[in-house]
Design a protein around this ligand. Structure first.
Ligand code: DX5
Ligand code: ZN
Length: 215
């Protein structure tokens, strides 16, 4: 399992140390939640902070923003390795294809995310193009929410439909992940687990990362 700690739950006054300790504990992704206050009610940070995060881990950038096409180049320049945007932020299929192509043209991996109420079949036109599918298991916009089990069937669908087309597809789940919900996601076919509040702010974070890694 790949573990992607979300810095949303970290102590931002010690950002470098907070990022390093997760990488040292075995997390090979660092999940960066970008919120614009429009696509979701909260706002977090932009490309300036993404550029400041120095880590050997893969910068897994989750854009919860409107007009992703116009924002993607700045995040690519900021050193994001994976750029994930929301299907709900695009007006039509053409725009989704255009964002994926743009991310690839900029030399990055492209991720596509859906909110809990969006049916998983929405991925169908893009399965052979994307590098990562990010299933939201909470309503995007805040950490510390409860896992929604409706994510599990979506993960299974991606495993059945997506992996034959792209054996390297990352199937990532985000929201309410702990050892129990992480186990359910792993059993359904997830290969990347995002976790914020379960990992940050706990003395035993190393054990927690290891627990998830072993799923
Ligand atoms: C929610 C974010 C998540 C969030 C996860 O909009 O996309 O990445 O930080 O936080 P936890 O693990 O606390 O649910
Ligand atoms: Zn996220």
């Amino acid at each position: 399992m790949i573990v992607a700690p979300s810095i949303l739950a970290c102590d931002f006054s010690r950002l470098s140390a907070e990022v390093s300790k997760m990488a040292e504990a075995g997390a090979s992704f660092i999940h960066l939640d970008v919120m614009d206050g429009v696509f979701v009610p909260n706002s977090t940070f932009g490309p300036e902070l993404v550029a400041k995060v120095k880590t050997p881990a893969i910068k897994d950038t989750h854009l919860m923003v409107i007009n992703p096409y116009s924002r993607i180049p700045d995040f690519a320049s900021a050193g994001a390795d994976i750029i994930t945007f929301h299907i709900e932020a695009c007006k039509d299929e053409k725009e989704v294809h255009a964002c994926i192509e743009l991310i690839h043209r900029l030399g990055k991996k492209a991720g596509l995310s859906i909110k809990p109420l969006t049916p998983v079949e929405a991925y169908a036109p893009y399965l052979s193009e994307i590098d990562l599918a990010l299933i939201m298991s909470v309503e995007p916009g805040a950490g510390g929410q409860k896992f929604m089990p409706s994510a599990l069937d979506k993960i299974s669908w991606l495993k059945e439909r997506g992996l034959p087309l792209n054996p390297n597809l990352y199937i990532e789940v985000d929201g309410g992940i702990n050892l129990d919900t992480g186990r359910l996601c792993a059993a359904s076919g997830a290969n990347v687990l995002v976790a914020g509040s379960y990992l940050y702010g706990h003395e035993d974070y190393e054990e927690r990362v290891k627990g998830l890694l072993e799923l």
